[in-house]
Design a protein around this ligand. Structure first.
Ligand code: DAH
Length: 341
């Protein structure tokens, strides 16, 4: 029996049980009622009385050894198991989920904002539900001026004041100038709404970025240089710009800017209607009436403003032919921009 005790001790010493299930097997085998130690106790009863003292001691020592070993194994496996659990991500889906990509409008908006923020412009935003003052009156649209017809407006209510969905982000100019004195140098990205029939070339909502710089001695030459820099960073260093006289109620003088067609390089193609140029934005020197309406002294300060459609720039960059693609959320279209950012 002494040999048996020694053999069991050795065996137990070498056992490695890394999981709680194996530790339980160990307990059943050695320490349970029908386990090896219990049967040794049975056997112990039958040994002659003169051996009982020595054997009893050895048996007790074995029992303590096995119990200690069991406790140690159990603790070990418990710890290992708990780290296992914490390294399992319980929020993971059972089937792989395709990773999305940024919307092309967001990609181009971020590109535009980055170019202007590198030139010292900060981002300003305003509400999409606006009032007449911020969208029209403060921007020098007289009440019955035909310029209001330039932008077909969605009205929300007309009494006591006109509440409407903004038709352009120029409203953020007014909101910023009302609260701040120059120098002001901002770009205002956002969604705008117009009551238009939806087609490949027009939509009832789209996105714009407005720009505004007000300070002392700001000139048209400053505006031209900032826009040239923008066009070259956006469309490549060879890009040329052209400013054509135009009309907006809130700028005087006003202009529209074309860039050289980057499809034909300016030679003329169906995309630029054989002209070699494509229009990308409106701009001009802020009308003194607008400065006055916003509490800025036009005798001291001057400034320029510009506004562009993000969809238009995106079309030029990525050759999207149908405006409706931007809001249909067709993943086949959206996934084409996965590598863009
Ligand atoms: N608000 C004009 C539009 O929606 C765009 C625009 C033109 C903005 C000239 C300007 C500007 O700031 O100076 O068509």
């Amino acid at each position: 029996m002494v040999d048996k005790i020694e053999a069991i001790r050795k065996e137990v010493e070498e056992i490695k049980a890394e999981t709680l299930a194996k530790v339980e097997d160990f307990r059943l085998k050695y320490l349970s009622k029908k386990g090896i130690l219990s049967s040794l106790m049975e056997e112990f009863r039958t040994v002659p009385a003169e051996q009982k003292r020595e054997l009893g001691q050895k048996l007790n020592q074995l029992k303590m050894f096995v119990t200690d070993r069991y406790n140690a194994l159990k603790e070990n496996a418990g710890n290992a198991n708990s780290t296992d659990i914490s390294s399992i991500d319980l929020t993971r889906t059972s089937t792989p989920m395709p990773v999305g990509s940024r919307h092309p409008i967001s990609i181009v908006r971020n590109d535009i904002l980055k170019i202007f923020s590198d030139m010292g412009f900060t981002v300003a935003e305003g509400p999409e539900i606006e009032d007449d003052w911020h969208v029209f009156s403060s921007l020098n649209f007289p009440a019955d001026h035909p310029a209001r017809d330039m932008q077909d407006t969605f009205f929300i209510s007309r009494n006591p004041i006109d509440v409407l969905l903004r038709t352009h982000t120029s409203s953020v100019q007014t909101r910023t100038m009302e609260k701040n004195q120059p120098p002001i140098r901002i770009v205002c990205p956002g969604r705008v709404y117009r009551n238009e029939a939806i087609s490949a070339r027009a939509h009832c909502f789209f996105h714009q970025v407005e720009g505004l710089y007000i300070d002392k001695n700001v000139s048209f030459a400053d505006l031209r240089q900032v826009l040239l820099n923008f066009a070259r960073q956006m469309f490549g260093p060879e890009t040329k710009i052209r400013l054509r006289p135009s009309y907006f109620p809130f700028t005087e003088p006003s202009a529209e800017m074309d860039i050289s067609c980057d499809i034909c390089g300016g030679k003329g193609c169906p995309f630029c209607k054989e002209t070699g140029w494509v229009e990308i934005l409106g701009c001009g020197m802020v009308d003194p009436n607008v400065l006055k309406a916003c509490g800025i002294d036009p005798e001291v300060y001057s400034g320029y403003a510009f506004g562009m459609g993000i969809e238009r720039i995106t079309n030029l960059k990525y050759k999207v032919k149908d405006l409706r693609m931007f809001s249909e959320n067709d993943v086949r279209f959206l996934s084409e921009f996965e590598s863009a950012r």
